[in-house]
Design a protein around this ligand. Structure first.
Ligand SMILES: Cc1ncc(COP(=O)(O)O)c(C=O)c1O
Length: 371
């Protein structure tokens, strides 16, 4: 059994993918070819955002968003410690300081109440400029943007939505990756909309930010590539990846629907023995991961071993919260600083999740876990 089965998906779209890759090889515009702008249009439409700027990865999407907001040394950027390191790494790369805020115990996303407190503390201390908030839509579930938007307006702080895992998720009819002043996503192969290599995208309704990100994406260019008006990076999406993603987009809604059905089957079969994902009313997760809580770390170990013995993969996202990572020693956080995420990181584990998982496979997994 696969944790994420990309092979079955490939079999389904193989001839179209091969045709469109061949098409790129024929026209030869490997960098910023016509597939790139077509994909950007389709993604912007899908998300309901005015602009989409495709790019080299979800990490670079975050990096370029922070650069567009002029984040740098002396700035505080508030984020969750319960995420992949890319979210905070880019803050540090720019010389700014990640300020971690504990998560909500039901959604595992940043707690708006604790965020408000953390912002007030930093304001009071006056050691850093409060600069931006990066909520993460963990496992595909959008964060609480009603409250986050209220806090953003109260302190005049832009939101960068890290939607690396949530493309395809929504709140009501509003799509994930449309909730931030800038929103980002990742097309890493294992993501809900994944390419056959690295890739990412940035979404915004703000023309100024869109123009700035487009300049940063190509070495800080002006309208002329060799007239450089700011420091940028090489952050473009390859044309071949855009061609692949255009094909994947055609089956994406179907896949997201399958993920819902699979998650519902898991939850109904596991809900008596495990803490299963809590999806608030009107929210739709993109189900990048299906993660449950064991009673404690030894119970988790037993469960994962039972699966492993039958050749079923499972994974822990994330075993070490960011504030306890060696890379962040310098920030001097201690164990106990963020009790909710520390507790969850000891109990959480993720089960196979992809649109091609069968009922029989789910039955096999849940039977093992329930006994
Ligand atoms: C929450 C989160 N942010 C950012 C990233 C970075 O995306 P990429 O791997 O495309 O650089 C990831 C990807 O794993 C992620 O899960």
């Amino acid at each position: 059994m696969q944790f994420i089965d990309l092979k079955s998906q490939y079999e389904l779209i193989k001839s179209d993918v091969l045709k469109s890759i061949e098409n790129v090889l024929e026209h030869g515009q490997y960098i910023m070819g016509p597939e790139v702008s077509l994909l950007e249009q389709k993604l912007a439409d899908y998300v309901g955002s005015k602009y989409c700027i495709s790019c080299s990865s979800g990490t670079d999407a975050l990096l370029m968003s922070l650069m567009a907001l002029d984040v740098g040394p002396g700035d505080a950027v508030f984020t969750t410690p319960f995420t992949f390191v890319a979210t905070s790494e880019v803050i540090s790369l720019l010389g700014a300081t990640p300020v971690f805020v504990d998560i909500d115990e039901l959604s595992y996303n940043i707690s708006p109440r604790l965020l408000d407190e953390a912002i007030r503390n930093i304001e009071y201390e006056k050691s850093l400029n409060i600069k931006a908030i990066i909520p993460v839509d963990l496992f595909g579930l959008p964060a609480d943007y009603v409250e986050l938007r209220r806090i953003s307006a109260k302190y005049d702080l832009p939101i960068i939505e890290d939607g690396a895992q949530s493309f395809g998720g929504k709140i009501g009819e509003k799509m994930a990756c449309s909730f931030g002043h800038i929103s980002t996503t990742s097309f890493f192969p294992a993501k809900p909309l994944g390419g056959y290599g690295d890739g990412g995208a940035i979404f915004t309704n703000d023309k100024y930010l869109k123009d700035k990100v487009e300049s940063i994406r190509v070495h800080g260019k002006s309208s002329d590539k060799y007239n450089n008006i700011r420091i940028g990076i090489n952050g473009r999406l390859d044309t071949i990846q855009a061609a692949v993603l255009l094909n994947k987009l055609t089956i994406f809604d179907n896949e997201i629907q399958n993920r819902q059905i699979i998650a519902e089957q898991y939850s109904s079969q596991l809900g008596d023995n495990f803490f299963v994902p809590h999806i608030p009313q009107k929210y739709t997760s993109a189900w990048a991961q299906y993660s449950i809580l064991a009673d404690d770390s030894s119970h988790r170990q037993v469960c994962m071993q039972k699966l492993k013995d039958k050749g079923i993969p499972s994974a822990i996202y994330y075993p070490i919260p960011l504030h306890l990572q060696k890379a962040y020693e310098n920030l001097r956080y201690l164990k106990g600083d963020f009790k909710v995420c520390e507790n969850i990181s000891e109990r959480i584990f993720s089960l196979p999740m992809h649109p091609y998982l069968t009922k029989t496979e789910i039955n096999q997994i849940t039977l093992l876990l329930n006994n």
